[in-house]
Design a protein around this ligand. Structure first.
Ligand code: NAP
Length: 334
């Protein structure tokens, strides 16, 4: 049986990858910052898949050199998923150090152990920060753009390192790598911890804490499709050396509210605010400042590699939005 190393097994996307890997017959080794989380994690995972004898754990920190190479030894593939997700304002180092340092440590260990393929979970954040409104697999965030948030910098620097480092190696040392660049990921968590992306896209609308829909577009993808894309990218021959912008669709904020309203979540905003009102309110409400730049513009995404190479036909995101809302409700978070 082939064995896959997944970094950050406690994370929202990583746990979905682990579930699907086990369902597809792989053995999994996953890293955690602390092994104290193992029991809770096994409890959550075994509600969804029989993982007896299929998963092992190791303790690794993205900020620490210790243990990476020994942990990856014996694994056929690596999915490097772990990286801190803190949108908006934060200390640059709080994000860049673990994102870049973690990628460096994991990639070097994968190269040392000559794994068959290294799949990095990058992000749309490494693509969109360049002033454009239309994007494809080959676009890059411009690190000289002064408006970037630390998260965007962290994902761009880490993915740039991936490609630069691999290309700098002698051909005899090189391993196959690829990057998955998902937009905002929605859908229920397999643990009781709700991801930041679901909090941003869904929780804020459900609680009525945003009384109106700003006229902004959001690109979304179902977490199950994100996990499937990782596994296809790991195995598909032609995926090596490619980036995969991963999005199902781009919709207005009001479309998300409508989906939720039609499924019984009646507190969501029913009214789309005029752009001038959002601009005015952003003077007082800092969380609205991020929205101002996107007002009225619908971004256009071309996901050619996902369709042509991974052969994925994405279609679950409306259901994922509703299922996330139900989970937030069941966990009494809304
Ligand atoms: P998440 O649930 O917050 O998972 C992040 C993972 O990184 C956790 O396992 C966390 O461990 C781990 N981590 C953070 N700092 C660490 C450190 N210093 N040492 C070891 N582990 C550390 O977030 P997610 O949404 O699943 O995101 C996973 C990946 O997908 C990230 O690379 C993110 O950039 C990317 N992504 C996410 C989205 C999205 O919408 N969710 C979109 C595009 C890309 P702890 O549990 O110990 O904190």
């Amino acid at each position: 049986m082939e064995k896959v190393f997944v970094s950050g097994g406690s994370g929202y996307i990583a746990l979905h990858c682990i579930k699907q890997l086990i369902e597809q017959g792989y053995l999994v080794k996953t890293s955690l910052r602390s092994l104290n989380k193992v029991d809770n994690l096994l409890n959550c995972l075994s509600r969804h898949v029989d993982c007896t004898g299929k998963i092992e754990f190791c303790e690794l920190n993205l900020l620490n050199d210790e243990g990476w190479s020994e942990s990856i030894k014996g694994c056929d593939y690596v999915l490097h998923v772990a990286s801190p997700v803190i949108p908006g304002r934060a200390e640059v180092d709080e994000l860049v150090k673990p994102a870049l340092g973690g990628l460096q440590r994991c990639l070097k260990a994968a190269v040392e152990n000559k794994v068959k393929r290294f799949v990095m979970t990058s992000s749309f954040a490494a693509i969109y920060g360049n002033g454009k409104s239309e994007f494809n697999d080959d676009d890059w965030t411009d690190l000289t753009n002064e408006k970037l948030f630390p998260y965007e910098i962290s994902k761009t620097k880490a993915e740039l390192f991936l490609w630069e480092h691999i290309n700098s190696l002698d051909k005899s040392e090189r391993i196959e790598v690829c990057a998955i660049n998902p937009v905002l990921v929605v859908g229920p968590s397999l643990s009781d911890s709700v991801s930041i992306s679901n909090r941003i896209a869904i929780k804020k609308l459900l609680t009525g804490s945003i009384p109106f829909n700003p006229k902004i577009s959001i690109s979304l993808v179902d977490v199950k499709d994100v996990a499937l894309a990782h596994i296809r990218a790991m195995k598909e021959k032609n995926a090596a050396g490619k980036r995969f912008l991963l999005s199902e669709k781009t919709i207005w904020c009001s479309d998300i509210s409508n989906i939720l309203y039609d499924n019984g979540f009646k507190k969501v905003p029913r009214y789309t605010a005029p752009n001038w009102l959002i601009k005015f309110l952003s003077i007082f409400i800092s969380s609205l400042r991020m929205a101002v730049e996107k007002l009225g513009k619908k971004e256009v995404l071309h996901t050619n590699n996902v369709r042509n190479i991974l052969k994925l036909n994405l279609k679950g995101v409306d259901q994922a939005i509703v299922s996330s809302a139900k989970q937030l409700h069941d966990l009494k978070l809304v």
